[in-house]
Ligand binder design. Sequence first.
Ligand code: GLU
Length: 418
Amino acid sequence: MSEKKQNPWEMALSQFKKAADVINLSDDLRAVLSVPQREIHVALPVKMDNGKVKVFTGYRVQHNNARGPYKGGIRYHPNVSIEEVKALSMWMTWKTAVLDLPLGGAKGGIICDPKNLSIGENERLTRRYAYAISKFIGPYEDVPAPDVYTTPQHMAWIMDVYSALAGHYEPGVITGKPIESGGSLGRSNSTSRGVAITVAEAAKRMNIKLKDASVAIQGFGNVGSNAAIIMAQEYGMKIVAVSDSKGGIYKKEGLNVGSVLKEKEKSGTVTTLNGVEKISNEEVLTLDVDVLVPAALEEVITEKNASKIKAKIISEGANGPTTPEADEILFKKGSLVIPDILANSGGVTVSYFEWVQDLQRLWWSEEEVNRMLTERMTKSFNDVYDAMKKYKIDMRTAALTLAVKRVSDAVTARGIWP
Ligand code: GLU
């Protein structure tokens, strides 16, 4: 993968400025929305399996809650930084607003390498983090969720710590939980389902036939692998390439997604699969395909490779995969970039459904959840697409414009107090 060149927070600010300029946002509102409302830095001492104590660093950044409780995932990764978490928290504010969810934006992260932690270490680290941020989260305050390398199990541990401290069961404090701990049906693949819905809507508007349309997916974690399954099995699309951190695989006639999943489960990587061409992670991005889904990490589509991208539709499964410079190049080329805050918003949308169910202690079927997800995402996609056409701007700016307007209207209505 290409190395990081830009500070992600600078990138988020530059996207925000572009949208703020389109709607002539006042200097006062720009000032309010250009900083997170709260940044929490925590030191997390954990007893490791070898008996020694290791102190990890964790963050929770709460960007804005004008429209509802802060909302956003928690990421475990060696490259987590405060600048990254700040950017991700701002993107969550726009993401919940573009879907018109009554929620704000936040993000959390721990600097760690989850691949080198035992289950016990992972649990102790997670519980310590939950304790450290427990005063700042809550069902009406801040509702975390999974993100890179965190799972429903992590969510259950955090819910357990919070509930123990509160003295009662409080499933509404976090989403993305296992079903038996108050999770929602349909949540585990909702981000990917959302990615697929946006691709299907884009294909409709661009007159591209969905059946047998070719797809390349960078990243084969929760988002990438479920997107491959849904696009292949439910939409009849042809997944020609996928990759993970070890590299990529390609097959012109289409990969058998079931075999790729089995291989990943067995050997921890897709790259050991037989009967396919091995390619690099970088090559996955520039293949001659109809649809590209970057579903790994930030800043992989940059000014260096943007002009080589051939996909007509790019649906951002990951957060922040395209730099502002690359956005300009792709817009001029006529490629449609469905921005992260819309493309991968299926996750937080079903998180919202989970939260509502938890608060009411009332459960919906998977069909009902998927129906509501499809309805919301289809509407948001078409609102953003129409705004893009009307104002002749790129789709990211159109989505941000809509979102920034909603958040700034909420800030204005509530007023600055005291
Ligand atoms: N981490 C996911 C995201 O970036 C989900 C957030 C949530 O469900 O709150 O959108």
